[in-house]
Design a protein around this ligand. Structure first.
Ligand code: B16
Ligand code: MG
Length: 212
């Protein structure tokens, strides 16, 4: 029986991809090339250093490890500045309602985000107290698509994977949920999110009674 829902952050609860895009674009332009929205899709759900490596590969640039650390830190500083003004109005439609409905039914909620900034973003959105557990990139060795982050979420809730449902907008994240052995709800285009067990447009379409 389902006891918990484990949510991805970017693209499910809020749209931070637009801020990541601005900061990554600045980095690319500093290095003499450009990235577009189509390329940005490849970065969704992908951790900071893996994203940087994809961008450098796209621009045909090679950097030393120290230069990469420096560029990633600079990008993060710019990103942190961009998200500083986020507030409850940045919640995606239905996000708060879904979290509240799950708690009202006596079930648990978790967050599984590749972003090291996840706790700060939850605080800005005013929803930190709606999560029973948070696993972000600081606590996992292997990022999505590895199942570690969703496995850890279930373990921290003291539940088995068959008692949890994962919710994701990115292909890498859905791979992580399925390899963890969980039922997966995809958010987005069913033609793209073929790994998901079911796909909805957004949490405004989330109906708890379909899953319990
Ligand atoms: P940070 P999610 C992911 O969040 C983003 O989708 C991805 O674009 C970003 O690179 C990654 O977090 C790392 O974020 O640089 O803040 O640690 O979708 O897993 O919630
Ligand atoms: Mg996401």
């Amino acid at each position: 029986m389902i006891q918990a829902f484990i949510f991805d952050l970017d693209g499910v609860i809020t749209d931070t991809a637009k801020f990541h895009f601005i900061a990554w674009q600045k980095l690319a332009q500093r290095l003499g090339f450009d990235i577009d929205h189509e390329f940005n899709e490849k970065l969704k759900g992908v951790g900071r250093m893996d994203s940087l490596n994809l961008i450098l590969q796209h621009g045909g640039i090679s950097l030393t490890e120290a230069e990469k650390e420096n560029e990633a830190a600079r990008k993060n500083d710019e990103y942190v500045e961009l998200i500083a003004d986020m507030n409850a109005s940045d919640l995606l439609p239905g996000a708060r309602e879904a979290l509240e409905a799950i708690h009202a039914a006596g079930l648990k909620t978790g967050l599984a985000s590749a972003s090291k900034n996840a706790p700060a973003i939850l605080a800005r959105l005013g929803i930190s107290d709606l999560f029973d557990t948070v696993v972000d990139a600081r606590f996992v060795i292997n990022g999505k698509p590895d199942p570690e982050i969703f496995l850890k979420g279930a373990a921290q809730l003291n539940l088995s994977v068959t008692e949890c449902i994962g919710i994701e907008d990115a292909v890498a994240g859905l791979q992580s949920i399925k390899d963890a052995g969980m039922y997966a709800i995809g958010i987005g285009d069913p033609a793209v999110l073929t790994l998901a067990d079911t796909v909805i447009d957004g949490l405004h379409q989330f109906d708890l009674k379909h899953y319990i």
